[in-house]
Design a protein around this ligand. Structure first.
Ligand code: TMP
Length: 261
């Protein structure tokens, strides 16, 4: 599929115009950043794995009725997605205290929360994505009350579903970040999940060893970043056993037919 002009370049992804209005081609890069861009590197093959892992999770979420931006994966690094008007809020769901929550509040790392905690951060790199209250989101009209209610409900359903999915393959879902956006469907705004879900955006610990299988391996210089991402893909059944990522052959992209208007 021919890419149009670059619409946006983020830390780990690039968005290009798709041939049809209202759609975009999302390209997964190998770039990894942490601590608001202070730490940067390239992790060869990360984009390929995140493309596959995110596709797998979003397809499964779609099957339980969560609307997402994914139309289909096009090739090793690209997906065709709905172009959404992004709500400038990161929705963070936590099951176990770690990361910024422990630093901010002095909670012991690894504390299991009695119920999932939903936090809101204002998406603004210059300000370092500060934590905000639901009231800030409403006060500055980043989202409407009914949108926030729906998103909260979806965050908890996604958490339930993903906890089960990962538990089944021996992984604890510690926390994760979601982004939502609006698309126009027959003149009506609809909220959709509009970002990847991958080891870049989740914390995933092995149930038995508590080994980190996510981007914390990069953030904390723990090494074996790709091996950890690959382990997640393998356990989810996306990669065959004993696959060497550099030898992976991906399915040929299927031709996409757009509806004629
Ligand atoms: P935190 O503990 O650093 O606030 O991160 C919470 C979760 O959100 C963790 O799974 C990583 C994810 N996250 C992102 O995906 N992008 C971000 O910019 C941040 C700050 C966190």
């Amino acid at each position: 599929m021919n890419k149009g002009k670059k619409l946006y370049e983020g830390k780990a992804k690039i968005l290009y115009e798709a041939p049809e209005k209202g759609f975009a081609i999302q390209h997964f890069k190998d770039d990894a950043t942490a601590y608001n861009n202070l730490k940067k590197s390239k992790i060869e093959g990360k984009g390929v794995l995140n493309n596959r892992i995110s596709e797998h999770i979003l397809i499964n979420l779609n099957q339980i009725g969560i609307k997402t931006h994914l139309v289909k994966r096009l090739n090793m690094r690209e997906q065709l997605v709905h172009l959404a008007e992004i709500i400038p809020v990161e929705f963070i769901v936590r099951n176990i205290a770690t990361g910024s929550l422990t630093k901010r509040l002095g909670i012991a790392d690894g504390t299991v929360l009695s119920k999932p905690l939903l936090e809101y951060s204002y998406k603004n790199d210059e300000l370092g994505d500060p934590l905000v209250a639901r009231e800030h989101v409403l006060a500055f009209s980043w989202a409407e009350e009914d949108e926030l209610n729906l998103i909260k409900d979806q965050c908890l359903r996604i958490n339930d579903f993903m906890q089960g999915m990962f538990r089944g393959v021996g992984i604890k879902l510690v926390d994760f970040k979601l982004e939502f956006g609006r698309i126009n469907v027959e003149g009506k705004k609809e909220i959709i999940l509009a970002d990847e879900i991958s080891p870049d955006t989740c914390r995933l610990w092995d149930i038995v060893s508590e080994k980190k299988l996510d981007k914390d391996r990069f953030r904390k210089d723990l090494g074996n970043v790709m091996q950890a991402y690959h382990e997640v893909a393998r356990r989810l059944g996306i990669m065959p056993e004993e696959t060497n990522i550099s030898e992976v052959k991906f399915n040929k992209p299927t031709a996409l037919k757009f509806k004629k208007k």
